[in-house]
Design a protein around this ligand. Structure first.
Ligand code: ADP
Ligand code: NI
Length: 200
């Protein structure tokens, strides 16, 4: 993606995520973009498609923009910047295949989709994943932890989703990065439990 298009995408996502405090800020998108470009290099994926899909992957997130809007924001941005129609469709297919909730553990059909999905999932684990989880939980009024209630708390979210992500990575480079981030989360949870129980 050329500089002008990157800059324009940055402006657009900054406007779209203007007032969001759920971890879907522009910095999440930029981390996903940088990681996706790194994985694209390792996997020899199409950098233009990966770049566009990464920058726009949350531009129509149902949590922010309502259910099933047909990727309206992503499409509008690309059309305004003269991305050819066929390429817009390809990018939209990639974005549609990336989401965890919509897509379960299914693998995207293209290497570009796999790379962007890995980059998005890597940002949900490790130190940043921990920070995002409690930011999201706080924003939704969720408790940090409740030993009597194994559902709905931010700590529960680690077991429901985050600790599973390491085994769902598509690419070798992402698997390697995920191992280290996973270990860090396990250490955090161990320390958390020991402090909670007054052991340390
Ligand atoms: P993305 O689509 O960018 O991968 P999500 O929309 O699934 O992210 O979630 C945004 C952030 O909030 C992630 O870090 C995710 O782990 C966290 N999150 C999602 N659901 C919950 C939940 N029920 N409790 C706490 N954190 C959550
Ligand atoms: Ni995301």
């Amino acid at each position: 993606m050329n500089h002008a298009l990157y800059d324009a995408a940055l402006v657009r996502i900054s406007e779209l995520f203007n007032s969001d405090a759920t971890g879907h800020d522009v910095h999440h998108t930029l981390r996903v973009y940088r990681m996706a470009m790194r994985l694209a290099e390792a996997e020899d994926a199409d950098r233009e498609l990966v770049g566009l899909a990464a920058m726009l992957h949350d531009a129509d997130d149902p949590k922010l923009f309502g259910p099933e809007n047909g990727l309206r924001n992503a499409r509008a941005f690309m059309a305004e910047h003269h991305v050819p129609a066929a390429k817009i469709e390809t990018v939209c297919t990639i974005i549609g295949e990336v989401s965890f909730s919509k897509n379960g553990s299914n693998r995207p059909s293209t290497i570009e989709g796999k790379v962007v999905q890995d980059a998005d999932r890597l940002d949900a684990i490790g130190a940043i994943g921990i920070a995002r989880t409690f930011a999201f939980g706080g924003n939704r009024g969720r408790a940090i932890h409740d030993p009597k209630d194994a559902e709905g708390t931010s700590i529960a979210h680690f077991h429901e989703k985050l600790l599973k992500l390491k085994d769902l990575m598509n690419t070798d480079e992402a698997k390697r990065i995920a191992e280290a981030r996973h270990r860090f989360m396990e250490e955090f949870l161990q320390e958390f439990e020991e402090e909670w129980n007054g052991i340390i």
